[in-house]
Ligand binder design. Sequence first.
Ligand SMILES: NC(=O)c1ccc[n+]([C@@H]2O[C@H](COP(=O)([O-])OP(=O)(O)OC[C@H]3O[C@@H](n4cnc5c(N)ncnc54)[C@H](O)[C@@H]3O)[C@@H](O)[C@H]2O)c1
Length: 484
Amino acid sequence: MQPLILCVPQRLEIGAPFTHFSHQRLPIMRSLPPNSRRQFLQSLAAAGTAGILIRSPRRALGNQSANDRPVFATIGLRNQGWEITGKSFKFADFAALADIDANVLAENVEKVEKRQGKKPDAYSDYRKVLDRKDIDAVMIATPDHWHTKIAVEAMYAGKDVYCEKPLTLTIDEGKLIEKVVKETGRVFQVGTMQRTELEQRFLQAIALIRHGRIGTVKKVTCGIDAMEASPQIPVAPVPEGLDWDFWLGPAPEVAYRALPELRVGYGGGVPLYSNCHYSFRNWHEYSGGKLTDWGAHHVDIACWALGATETGPSKVTPVQYSLPVEYKDGYPTVDDRYNAATTFRIRAEMPGGVELIITSEGDNGILFEGTEGRFFVNRGRISGKPVEDLKDNPLPEGAIEEVYGGPVSENHTANFVEAMKSRKQPISDVWSHNRMLEICHLSNIAMRLGRELQWDPVKREIVGDDQANAFLSRESRKGYEINA
Ligand SMILES: NC(=O)c1ccc[n+]([C@@H]2O[C@H](COP(=O)([O-])OP(=O)(O)OC[C@H]3O[C@@H](n4cnc5c(N)ncnc54)[C@H](O)[C@@H]3O)[C@@H](O)[C@H]2O)c1
């Protein structure tokens, strides 16, 4: 059954007091190259809608009055959920939290109460959050296999959405999210914060390319690290407080597995080897290994820099790779250890003959190579001759803002909240995200099947390979289907 969509004719002006938005059909502004972005704005101005689309020059939102502040809820709290919640207190009030792990939920209710001075309501079932009319937006930081279902239901419930990367588990989930964003007009930010944060280093990289500082780009190499393999992981008792069946959700029903050794450092405090918290990344049932975990960040910047935000590769070749278990017809033959690729070198043929390499070797970061030079960028540095040359020959004023499409927001949540007010799509829009994530998903399909794939970026289908095309979607477990 199609959900009821209300179209509210009222125009929301920048800076208007925050109201709880109804479903509106919104103009869609993707990450366009500067010229088309300008043309897009001009066409909207001509249509009389520019007033709600052009970014306000005053971007800081920290000094809003209390009733300007949107009401948020976070769904999935343990690691990244807390990280993005923590970065958002300046811009929003958190009325509710949801997690299927009672211990994680209780711990985060306490942390949020400490930070904002008001206790959020706690729910084990995210649908209770979506039922609440006072919540304007949800931040989703569950494992990847839940993203699409929760995001779609949230949009139909009238919420704007900030959802962690990688947005989807399959290519067709991306198409579905695009359809629902269009249909409901909700504002949707993907959590690829490299677009906004990290001292604007990635924006500077794109500006260098746009200003011809390495000539014509020929090759882009994304180093995204090797993935760990695991020993055999035995079936184990489900920890108290964890609703394992709900954690699995749309994924196939399997037993909980874990070894006693604990993960330390980033994401730590849970079993180092399991098929649940944090380690879900290493299983194709819940995620896509490094290709989607880190690929979602660096391939995103690579495609933005290449202006390939509305297209895709013609061919994806798994040049070298190792899978930690044997595969048959694209599926792992055992279910008791990690199954995502451990090492890999993927080559994608991008428009204009640009070679895009995604590799587990070398430093984590992106190497851009052109006819007149090369440079490297990652979260900690940007280096190379074109960067050194900036001392004598800086980029023109406003070059970074031109990449961003306006003054750079204070952080990725600030950008989301600004978009919620202006009712245009934020910096990490679903369209460009899905395009670049298609390369990451195709890389995984190519490795699982052990062959090169031809891709039609217009039809968004694999050419002449029915078996590979079957991997564009995945059936949800009964009771967890997505109704859209
Ligand atoms: N943007 C970034 O740099 C960045 C960094 C880390 C993680 N992430 C992304 O964030 C997501 C979560 O990763 P993580 O490391 O925090 O994983 P995690 O396993 O540590 O935490 C996920 C949390 O979601 C909860 N959860 C699972 N299903 C749920 C459901 N149906 N409803 C409510 N809660 C549910 C789990 O109980 C857990 O608390 C992943 O998609 C990951 O790729 C992004």
